[in-house]
Ligand binder design. Structure first.
Ligand code: 5GP
Ligand code: ZN
Length: 115
């Protein structure tokens, strides 16, 4: 699926609702989480509407790799110097709230609110 008109992250991708973006290219957008768990908490989001890891196919492997590979550069640019954490929540038992695949990246000095 390319986009879901009811999806909040598709709306951010389309510029229909605002977000504090830190990166954008032809296939990925990155913005600050609206309720950060850590001093720096960004969401790395594919522009393609993939609902969750459940729907990931072998042809998405390059995209997922590029999402992961972006994180060290972005965390460095955001001043994170002491490590960070990746989280992907999947489905109901995985406590996923937004059904558009996204990679949380959190860092900054502890204590954190969560995570
Ligand atoms: P999930 O539980 O699905 O892995 O995480 C969804 C994340 O998206 C949550 O951490 C939540 O704070 C964040 N979020 C939900 N809606 C918005 C929004 O409209 N803008 C931004 N920037 N983050 C959002
Ligand atoms: Zn979407």
């Amino acid at each position: 699926m390319n986009a879901d008109p009811n999806c909040i992250f598709c709306k951010i991708v389309a510029g229909q609702i605002p977000a504090k973006k830190v990166h954008e290219d032809d296939e990925i957008v990155v913005f600050h989480d609206i309720h950060p768990w850590a001093p720096v908490h960004i969401l790395i989001v594919p522009k393609l509407h993939i609902p969750s890891m459940v729907e990931v196919q072998p042809e998405h492997a390059g995209l997922l790799g590029r999402m992961m590979a972006l994180s060290p550069k972005l965390m460095r640019e955001l001043g994170v110097t002491n490590g960070f954490r990746h989280v992907i929540n999947t489905g109901r038992d995985g406590m996923q709230e937004v059904m558009h695949l996204h990679l949380h990246v959190m860092g900054g000095p502890r204590p954190w609110l969560k995570g």
